[in-house]
Design a protein around this ligand. Structure first.
Ligand SMILES: Nc1nc2c(ncn2[C@@H]2O[C@H](COP(=O)(O)OP(=O)(O)OP(=O)(O)O)[C@@H](O)[C@H]2O)c(=O)[nH]1
Ligand SMILES: [Mg+2]
Length: 480
């Protein structure tokens, strides 16, 4: 593969229009400083996109124009050609504080960077904007205008578009807060087409973005599989004295559920980091089932399979598996959750006796008979929670988390304002085609018998490939 130097794009515009937010989203870098106060960015800062240890493209954050009309007036009076005039302007104003931002922002452009001009088109066009566009046109560098709507107000859009047509090679709507992976790729495609010289390099950039994304999807699939298998195998063990039995049982149940909750959190965090969200931890929308404990009643009702599907699943599994599925089904309808909506308190009923068992006594004994029963300890074991609804709830929660992760633009620093509504079905699996649910159930059944490694491997592979396609679809990228 031919290697070319990384392309550089200077993201420029008026103060406070969202330049830094656009850089942050495009470079997937949440360290870029963004602020509601104009003047946050005072000097140029380069943010590279690194794939497999190699910088493939660089986005340069710049300070907003400070004095565009005076700058333009000087350029108009300058005898030199446009590009030379821009150079001369920088040389002549190097020590003038009132042009400090212009000197700074024009530096990467003079150095050959492409231009991405950001405007918030929800406000009217002003004389300063016209001056800024004219200055950029005179620089002679290829230029893309980005319309970053801060408010959903397009009454000035026609006016803006007219001005863009005169001064830019291309225009795109790109929202720094909401841009998805597919929209980032579409923007790169536009950049590729505004200058023929960029095409080979941009093809490499787009190819590297795509491969990197596929790698992250594959990494997510691996993490989901590991989360499911660890959760469905988890057991908790504790020792207790006979006189503390009830309290010890309660503590163990709580610990067991706590362990599973922590395990789930840890895997969600790993997925978050895979998508380069390193600093900001956004809350999911109010009413999201992700805001609630893994074992809350509402989560088990709104996520996973619905009652008809669980009955169907029981029939599908048949025989021995049916018994376990019955628990999932009747468990919920018979009010297995406590008055506070927690599953923890009611775990004994939910599991049946077999999974919450006193397994062995520890302490001195003779032919199996404890010598000092009041002094000896009993070991109590709980788990594994091999329950179909638990399996589907885990899948739904991790898929919901994934869909929030990939739709958090890195430039966005505030939480999601959307309210999902009390009874919204946020989960995905209940809407899966029947064939997919069957594949998932077959994998779940195979997990019960890990000794049959060949069967488990086969079922796991089938489920992995289903997940890979589904994640690709959720992220707007077709299957690889
Ligand atoms: N609602 C909304 N707000 C945005 C969007 N883009 C940026 N903002 C907000 O606008 C403000 C300014 O964003 P920045 O990215 O810091 O703007 P800037 O152009 O870099 O500003 P300076 O560095 O001061 O010139 C911040 O409060 C952002 O959160 C957007 O797409 N939608
Ligand atoms: Mg800024």
């Amino acid at each position: 593969m031919m290697l070319v130097a990384p392309l550089r794009f200077a993201v420029v515009g008026h103060p406070n229009e969202g330049k830094s937010s656009v850089v942050s989203t495009l470079a997937e870098d949440d360290t870029v400083p963004v602020s509601s106060l104009p003047g946050e960015t005072q000097s140029c800062q380069t943010y590279p996109v690194i794939v497999d240890g190699r910088t493939i493209v660089e986005f340069i954050d710049t300070p907003g124009f400070q004095n565009p009309r005076h700058t333009l007036a000087w350029l108009e009076d300058c005898a030199a050609d446009d590009e030379e005039a821009v150079k001369a302007f920088r040389a002549a104003h190097r020590n003038r504080p009132e042009f400090r931002h212009e000197i700074e922002l024009l530096e990467p452009i003079e150095g050959g960077a492409g231009i991405i001009y950001v405007v918030d088109a929800s406000r009217p066009l002003r004389r300063d904007d016209i001056a800024e566009m004219e200055i950029l046109r005179r620089s002679g560098r290829p230029r893309l205008a980005i319309i970053n709507f801060k408010e959903h107000d397009d009454q000035y859009l026609a006016e803006w578009k007219g001005a863009f047509r005169r001064n830019f090679n291309a225009v795109r709507v790109f929202n720094a807060h909401r841009a998805t992976y597919a929209e980032r790729i579409a923007l790169l495609e536009t950049l590729k087409n505004i200058d023929q010289d960029w095409q080979p390099a941009m093809d490499q950039v787009i190819g590297a973005f795509r491969r990197d994304w596929q790698k992250r999807l594959a990494g997510t699939v691996d993490l989901i599989i590991e989360l499911l298998e660890k959760s469905l195998r988890h057991v908790a063990v504790a020792e207790y004295r006979e006189q503390d039995k009830d309290a010890a049982e309660e503590r163990l149940k709580e610990r067991f559920c706590g362990d599973l909750g922590e395990l789930e959190q840890a895997f969600h965090e790993r997925i978050r980091r895979l998508f380069k969200h390193n600093i900001f931890r956004y809350q999911p929308p109010p009413n999201s089932a992700l805001r609630e404990n893994l074992f809350s009643e509402r989560v088990w009702k709104v996520l996973g399979l619905d009652r008809a599907q669980l009955t169907w699943a029981a029939a599908l599994a048949g025989g021995a598996a049916g018994a376990g599925l019955d628990v999932a089904f009747t468990g919920i309808s018979a009010g297995v959750f406590t008055a506070t909506g927690a599953l923890i308190g009611a775990l004994t009923a939910y599991f049946g006796g077999e999974n919450l068992a006193r397994v062995k006594r520890v302490g001195p004994s003779l032919f199996g008979v404890p010598l000092f029963p009041r002094l000896g300890k009993t070991e109590l074991k709980i788990g594994p929670l091999h329950n179909l609804q638990f399996f589907f709830v885990l899948i739904d929660r991790v898929l919901i988390f994934f869909s929030y992760v990939i739709n958090w633009a890195h430039g966005r620093r505030e939480p999601f304002p959307e309210d999902l509504g009390e009874n919204s079905r946020e989960g995905f699996t209940a809407a899966w085609p029947e064939e997919w649910r069957k594949t998932a159930i077959r994998y779940f059944e195979a997990l019960k018998d890990p000794d049959d490694m060949e069967r488990l491997e086969k079922r796991r592979c089938e489920f992995q490939s289903l997940l890979r396609d589904f994640l690709a679809t959720l992220s707007g990228e077709g299957p690889p």
